[in-house]
Design a protein around this ligand. Structure first.
Ligand SMILES: NC(=O)C1=CN([C@@H]2O[C@H](COP(=O)(O)OP(=O)(O)OC[C@H]3O[C@@H](n4cnc5c(N)ncnc54)[C@H](O)[C@@H]3O)[C@@H](O)[C@H]2O)C=CC1
Ligand SMILES: O=C(O)C(=O)CO
Length: 324
C-alpha cells in the first residue's frame, strides 16, 4: 500500500500528480491545532508531510506517531524543532541551492532600491510631484565601489558577494564562524570581526539563518556601531534584527536606511512604524518568489519526500543522522 502523506501547500498540477503516483495524498490548508483536531486520523496515519511556513514542534509531533519525513518547501527550517524530529527519527528535508541565485537577486534589489530611493521617488512621480528638474531632495547614494558587509557567508551570501564584486566593484567584508576560502579567492572578500564589519560597511547585508545564536544579533548596540550613512539589508529572518531597535535607529538617524524582506512578525502588521518611514523598503518575504524558483523549490521538496520515504536520500537532509 502507498504511504499516506499530508500536503499543506498548493502544488502545480504536474507535481501534485507526481506526488500522487507515490503516495496517498491528503491536502490540508495548514497544520494548526484546529486542523489537526479536525483531521486526527489523517495525522495519525501520515508518514510524510510537505509544505512550508507552519510550526512543527513537540506538541504537533504528538499527533503524528507514524511520521518518518517532513519535507519543507524552503531552505530555512527555523519553524521546525529539529531536536524533537531527530529524537523521533524523523528526517527533515529542505530545498537549498535551487533558490540561492534568486534570493541573492532580491538582496541586490534591496541594496539598489534603498540606496537610490527607487520606491520612494517612484511614488512621488506617481503622485504628480515631478514638475521640473529634480534637485538633491530626489538624489540617492552610489552603490558601486561602496563596501558591502555580509553576515551569513553561506550559499546566498556567496551569490551576493559574486554580484557585488563583479557587477558593482564593491569591496566585500564578511564575518563568519570560519574563513571562507572560496569567498576570499573568488571575490577578494575580507574576513573581519562583527564590530569591524559594522563600522566599515556601507551596506550590512544579512543572509543568516535564525538560530538561538543569531536571534537579535543586530540590536541597538550593533546599530550604533554602523556608519550613519550605512544601510541595513535583511533577507535572512526577521528576528535576527531587533526590530524595535531598528525602528529607533532609522528614526533618529543612527543609520541611513533599511531594506527588509523579512520581519519579526509576518505579514508585517499594517500599523508597523516601518511602513511610515521613507527610508525603509519593505518587501513581503519575496526572496525566492519567482515563478521559476518557486516551481523548482516545490519540485525539489516533492523529490526530497519521495527519496526519503523510499530510503534513497542523497542530499538535502537537515538531520542525516536519522538515516543511518
Ligand atoms: N528572504 C527569503 O525569502 C529567504 C531567506 N532565506 C534565509 O537565508 C538563510 C541562509 O540560506 P543559505 O545561504 O542557503 O544557508 P547556508 O546554510 O548556506 O548559509 C548560512 C550561513 O550562515 C552562517 N552562520 C550561521 N550561524 C552563524 C552565526 N551565528 N554567525 C555567523 N555566521 C553564521 C553559516 O555558517 C552559513 O555559512 C536561510 O536559513 C533562511 O533563513 C533563505 C531563502 C529565502
Ligand atoms: O526558503 C526559505 O527559507 C524562505 O524564506 C523562502 O524561500
Amino acid at each position: 500500500m502507498k504511504p499516506s502523506v499530508i500536503l499543506y501547500k498548493k502544488l502545480p498540477d504536474d507535481l501534485l500528480a507526481r506526488l500522487e503516483s507515490h503516495f496517498v495524498v491528503t491536502q490540508l490548508n495548514d497544520l494548526s491545532p484546529q486542523t489537526v483536531q479536525q483531521n486526527a486520523q489523517v495525522f495519525a496515519d501520515a508518514q510524510g508531510i510537505l509544505g512550508s511556513s507552519e510550526t512543527v514542534d513537540k506538541a504537533f509531533l504528538e499527533h503524528t506517531p507514524k511520521l518518518r519525513v517532513a519535507s519543507t518547501v524552503s531552505v530555512g527550517y527555523d519553524n521546525f524543532d529539529v531536536d524533537a524530529l531527530t529524537s523521533r527519527g524523523i528526517a527533515l528535508m529542505h530545498t537549498p541551492t535551487v533558490l540561492t541565485e534568486t534570493v541573492a537577486d532580491t538582496m541586490m534589489t534591496l541594496v539598489l532600491a534603498t540606496a537610490r530611493r527607487a520606491v520612494e521617488v517612484a511614488e512621488r512621480v506617481k503622485a504628480g510631484e515631478w514638475q521640473g528638474s529634480i534637485g538633491p531632495d530626489w538624489f540617492g547614494i552610489d552603490v558601486h565601489h561602496k563596501t558591502l558587509g555580509i553576515l551569513g557567508m553561506g550559499r546566498i551570501g556567496l551569490a551576493l558577494a559574486q554580484r557585488a564584486h563583479f557587477g558593482f566593484n564593491m569591496p566585500i567584508l564578511y564575518n563568519a564562524r570560519r574563513h571562507h576560502q572560496e569567498a576570499e579567492d573568488r571575490f577578494n572578500a575580507r574576513y573581519c570581526d562583527l564590530d569591524t564589519l559594522l563600522a566599515e560597511s556601507d551596506f550590512v547585508c544579512i543572509s543568516l539563518p535564525l538560530t538561538d545564536e543569531t536571534y537579535h544579533l543586530i540590536g541597538a548596540e550593533q546599530l550604533a556601531k554602523m556608519k550613519s550613512s550605512a544601510i541595513l539589508i535583511n533577507a535572512g529572518r526577521g528576528p535576527v534584527v531587533d526590530e524595535k531597535a531598528l525602528i529607533q535607529a532609522l528614526m533618529d538617524g543612527t543609520i541611513h536606511a533599511a531594506g527588509l524582506d523579512v520581519f519579526e512578525q509576518e505579514p508585517l502588521p499594517v500599523d508597523s512604524p516601518l511602513l511610515s518611514l521613507p527610508n525603509v523598503v519593505a518587501l513581503p518575504h519575496i526572496g525566492s518568489a519567482t515563478h521559476e524558483t518557486r516551481y523548482n523549490m516545490a519540485a525539489c521538496a516533492v523529490d526530497n519526500l519521495i527519496a526519503a520515504l523510499s530510503g534513497n536520500v542523497k542530499e538535502n537532509c537537515v538531520n542525516p543522522q536519522v538515516l543511518k
